[in-house]
Design a protein around this ligand. Structure first.
Ligand code: RB5
Length: 149
């Protein structure tokens, strides 16, 4: 299990605390930045981590900003990425079970660091259910490929 992490300045601290949690659990990750609280543009960092996941270099992405919203929009522009903003345990579980999400997005002003750790744990340990959900995820891919559905 390898994770791609990224955040903008608005979630630098949240990313650092998630890294501490992953270190304690022995989970391997790469930090794609940013590396300080200096103001940066969130699409660049979301793109770095999301494209590494899309290339299958990492199993999942964990990408954060102040709200989780901007990074999710940026990540979802990357072909092959299904990024979901998660604010509670149910969302972190359901977006894996039903949407086969490969990136979890969170907001530093939205979730506590304790909740963020919990959401990451749930997200990376929940299996996609497949079946009828595979058909729906395939339709998402069709949309991404410019097909009419
Ligand atoms: C940065 O000020 C803020 O806009 C960013 O962290 C993010 O929340 C955008 O959606």
């Amino acid at each position: 299990m390898k994770l791609a992490l990224a955040a903008d300045h608005g979630a630098f601290e949240l990313k650092e605390s998630i890294k501490k949690h992953l270190d304690e659990k022995g989970i391997v990750y790469k930090d794609f930045g940013c590396f300080s609280k200096e103001s940066v543009d969130y699409p660049k960092f979301a793109y770095l981590a999301a494209s590494a996941v899309a290339k299958k270099e990492y199993d999942f992405g964990v990408i954060c900003c102040t709200t989780g919203l901007g990074v999710s929009m940026a990540a979802n522009k990357v072909h092959g990425i299904r990024a979901a903003v998660c604010t509670n345990e149910m969302l972190a579980e359901m977006t894996r079970r039903h949407n086969n999400a490969n990136v979890i997005c969170m907001g530093q002003n939205v979730v506590t660091s304790e909740l963020a750790d919990k959401l990451v744990d749930i997200f990376i340990s929940t299996e996609f259910e497949g079946g009828r959900h595979q058909r729906r995820v395939d339709l998402l891919t069709d949309i991404e490929n410019g097909k009419d559905i």
